[in-house]
Ligand binder design. Sequence first.
Ligand SMILES: [Zn+2]
Length: 128
Amino acid sequence: MADTWITDIGHFLNEKGELPKKMSGHARSLTMYFGKIIEAASKQGNFGNEARTDIPCRRKPGNRKCGAAITASVQADSSIHWRCPACGDNGIISGWRDTAWDMRLKLGNPKDGRPKDIKDAKNYRLLR
Ligand SMILES: [Zn+2]
């Protein structure tokens, strides 16, 4: 059975928004995995569109690494939905905005971080 991971990434970070120094290796690798998904979803800028990432699925059905490329999208409620098209592992990430993995501001004008056209502006506003 595939799992659904409901994650508020803020719960994995300290008050500075950083990975805590005291963290198990497993928790750290899981947080970095979610972080990569946040980066991939927030930088694509296509609101609601599911896009393939280059992040390999970490699940091991039957003890064999799945490794298929995860897909991810930012939804209307600004949560990030991700799933593995091969094994069905999936999850929902909230609390990712303004973390180090939030790539939204890098989509716009590099000078002031604002959107560069109307489509971007719409996405930008929806994602704020
Ligand atoms: Zn998989």
